[in-house]
Write a protein that binds this ligand. Structure first.
Ligand SMILES: *Cc1c(COP(=O)(O)O)cnc(C)c1O
Length: 480
């Protein structure tokens, strides 16, 4: 089993924990009353190191959230090292325990890409998937060994492919243009180019339409009808070495069956590839495991998901008489989301009698575009009074010029005043990485917390930073 991860949790605080369908801890609607499932961070609402101090104020990683807000300003992304490491270990150990062959979890860095996260994930023995030159550079400079990196993308530029090849990074071929560009640049690089082949597996799953990628109408990967011709074409490319096959079916998935079905589809493709002479040692099943954003969410644990995938791949290969491939998976959200908490300060308030009360915070859709993009739901509390009884139901609004810039509606809170610190949980994935400068609002800082210490791992932008790439032509300037 997964060993205990260092945690600052006190016995009085279950840290927004998990419900347990199999006799595990049970969550109430009041997050701080439930138990922590440290073995699978994605099943908790809050970081696994969440605790209360003697005055019932929220701490993460041994740091008081309101102190962090005061010292580093708001909005602030707080990232809990213990939760991120715990999730990495959970994937690694579950793979080693439930799969009979070699295995590797790759962090899908689009979920949250930074030097510090790269370094942490690399130190836990994981690999990484990158989708752009920016993510690839971050991975390389963050210390991820290039032989543990894969480059994805449905429209890679020649420069991105050259960067990958010059570092010996495996390229996941998505389409014919990738192959055309690669064959043109391959001769300039020593040795065969390591490739994986991505195809659309045609598997439906119940998640938001924008984040489903596996059904047939998808912009990602080769259509399955094309698979045989690509494999035949590749067999004639002396510059290419096909490491394996890849498919990804979507994100925030709570069912296990789609990934079980995927194993069969991938194994069929593997049989075909090997019959055409490709060694194809790797099968990459993508990512997609969901996390708990609100207490009613009940995702499988990392262990359950990995066991389902490993068992399905093992039996699909056995049925087809295939030697076990190396099993790769690419979790993004379930590795980092729960490690993140965003801390805001309360500002203005507007009450519309008999209708609604808006409480505005100093961030919004620029630091968390998920609610306006996917109607995503979140859980929030007052950082210094998480256990105080609720006396009002409010709409937590952002500060952007969009009526839809609302982080949470129907939020029950104690009385709030200007300056109160609000903590929004499970913001570690697809928040910072999807953020923007809409309304020319600078991006928040990120602090990594561990054992009572906080390290700034991404500096706060200042308004003047946003002018860095503006150019005012001389003829328009009234200053000259
Ligand atoms: C987004 C993505 C992932 C990660 O998905 P999560 O749902 O965050 O686990 C993995 N692989 C590919 C190819 C992706 O596009």
């Amino acid at each position: 089993m997964v060993p205990p991860v260092p945690s600052a949790a006190t016995p009085t605080l279950g840290a927004l924990g998990a419900t347990g369908p199999e006799g595990g801890p049970t969550a109430s609607g009041r997050p701080y009353e439930s138990e922590v499932d440290a073995s699978s961070p994605n099943r908790n609402l809050a970081p696994i190191s969440t605790s209360l101090d003697s005055q019932d104020r929220l701490m993460v990683g041994g740091c008081l959230l309101s102190d962090l807000a005061r010292d580093y300003g708001t909005p602030l992304y707080v990232l809990d090292e213990a939760t991120l490491r715990g999730a990495c270990r959970a994937y690694r150990q579950a793979l080693e325990e439930s799969y009979g062959g070699p295995c590797l979890a790759l962090y899908a860095s689009k979920a949250n890409s930074s030097l510090a996260i790269t370094a942490l994930v690399a130190s836990e023995g994981l690999g990484l998937d990158a989708v752009s030159a920016g993510e690839l550079l971050t991975a390389l400079q963050g210390g991820m060994p290039p032989d543990r990196i894969v480059l994805h993308g449905n429209n890679k530029s020649r420069q991105e492919l050259e960067l990958a090849l010059s570092h010996g990074v495996t390229v996941v071929v998505d389409n014919w243009l990738d192959l055309e560009l690669l064959s043109a640049i391959a001769p300039a690089h020593p040795g065969p180019v390591r490739l994986m082949l991505r195809f659309t597996p045609g598997i439906e799953c119940h998640t938001h339409e924008y984040i489903r990628t596996g059904h047939l109408d998808s912009k990602f990967g080769f259509d399955p009808d094309q698979l045989e011709s690509v494999l035949r074409h590749l067999a004639g490319c002396s510059w290419a070495w096909l490491d394996g096959l890849h498919a990804h079916i979507g994100s925030q998935i709570f069912e296990l069956q789609p990934h079980r079905d995927l194993a069969g589809v991938l194994a069929d493709a593997l049989a075909l590839a090997r019959s055409l002479g490709h060694p194809c040692s790797d099968l990459n099943v993508g990512g997609g495991l969901g996390i708990r954003y609100v207490s009613s969410d009940d995702p499988p644990s990392i262990q359950q998901w990995v066991a389902a995938v490993a068992t399905a791949v093992t039996s699909a290969c056995a049925e087809r008489g295939l030697a076990l491939p190396r099993l790769l998976c690419e979790p993004g959200r379930s590795l980092v989301a729960t490690a993140g908490v965003t801390v805001y300060s309360v500002g203005s308030r507007k009450t519309i009698p008999d209708l609604r009360t808006y409480v505005a915070i100093d961030g919004g859709m620029s630091d968390n575009p998920r609610p306006i993009t996917y109607q995503s739901r979140y859980t929030a509390v007052l950082a210094d009074r998480p256990t105080a009884p609720a006396t009002q139901t409010i709409t937590l609004a952002g500060k952007h010029c969009e009526s839809g810039d609302v982080l949470l509606s129907g939020l029950a809170l104690p009385e709030t005043t200007t300056g109160d610190v609000v903590a929004v949980f499970a913001t570690g994935a697809y928040n910072a990485s999807m953020g923007s400068n809409y309304n020319r609002i600078p991006r928040p800082a990120t602090v990594l917390v561990h054992g009572g210490m906080a390290d700034v791992v991404q500096k706060r932008e200042e308004p003047v930073d946003l002018l860095r790439y503006d150019v005012l032509p001389h003829r328009l300037s009234r200053l000259n």
